[in-house]
Design a protein around this ligand. Structure first.
Ligand code: ZN
Ligand code: FE
Ligand code: FE
Ligand code: ZN
Length: 267
């Protein structure tokens, strides 16, 4: 299998070197992995960037070189160069510039902030109490839709991350799911099946099964990621993920080389 969502100690909140991640991937018999460390916080002035959320900008080049180095040294396993990039309204050109500077294989798009609130940060969890759940889901998915439409991303990571702390909506989200899946198909963006949701209070993968089904019905290709923040999380619960993909109807997963799409049949 292919795990396209790995974070290393370069991001300031994950543990493990690329070498350790590669060793674990080999142990598991993965055919390929992709590093997707958090892109520098390009939407903030350098002085306001949190070194525990993403690598500093001056280290982006080193990150890229290190991945390419390991790729050369490890012909037995596919190693792809990715990045997880926050979508920030109004900073699309800055992100485009940053992406273009490096020979990336793919860019995972994600939303971790609503009006500056890092809603997936455990330290800021109290803020949920100040919101109406249904309104918050509407605002969150509006941002996801903008990210999808931006054309900046190859696959949308943990596309319903807002459920992380089990702050569930009161109403069904069917209308949002249908609209999003349609938009993703139109924009030709993949959806990520991310097993990290099984490690947090939500206790289910991202996205919700209903949204994954909507994506399948709209022919949105799927990528697979553990969102590992430690080497032992590589390929986390991939057995369950593959079973779910099959149940929903998917027969293959997608990966990228030089931002071109390829696919691999499920085992
Ligand atoms: Zn992270
Ligand atoms: Fe993320
Ligand atoms: Fe991640
Ligand atoms: Zn992530």
């Amino acid at each position: 299998m292919i795990d396209l969502h790995l974070h290393t100690d370069r991001c300031g909140h994950a543990r493990g070197t690329m070498q350790q991640y590669i060793a674990r991937a080999r142990e598991l018999g993965l055919i390929a992995i992709g590093f997707a460390d958090h892109i520098p916080m390009y939407w903030l002035p350098p002085g306001q960037r949190d070194p525990e959320l993403a690598m500093p900008q001056e280290q982006f080049g080193d990150y890229v070189r290190e991945v390419l180095d390991w790729r050369d040294k490890c012909p037995d396993i596919g190693i792809y160069l990715g990045v997880e990039a926050d979508f920030q309204v109004g900073y699309e050109d800055v992100l485009t510039g940053l992406i273009k500077t490096h020979p990336l294989d793919y860019v995972l798009g994600s939303i971790h902030f609503i009006d500056g609130w890092g809603f997936d940060n455990p330290a800021l969890r109290d803020e949920y109490a100040r919101h109406d759940p249904d309104e918050l889901y509407e605002s969150y998915f509006a941002l996801v839709e903008q990210a999808v439409a931006s054309g900046l991303f190859d696959s949308m990571a943990h596309v319903d991350l807002l459920k992380k702390f089990a702050f569930w909506p009161r109403r069904p989200l069917t209308h949002l799911y249908q609209r999003l899946a349609g938009l993703m198909a139109q924009a030709d963006v993949c959806v990520e099946l991310n097993t990290a949701g099984l490690r947090v209070p939500a206790n289910e993968m991202y996205p919700a099964v209903e949204l994954l089904r909507a994506c399948f019905q709209h022919c949105v290709p799927v990528t697979l990621g553990s969102d590992a923040h430690a080497p032992e999380q590589v390929g986390w619960e991939f057995g369950r993920a593959i079973n779910l993909l099959r149940e929903v109807g998917y027969g293959e997963i997608t990966y990228f080389v030089g931002r071109r799409r390829f696919c691999r049949r499920l085992p």
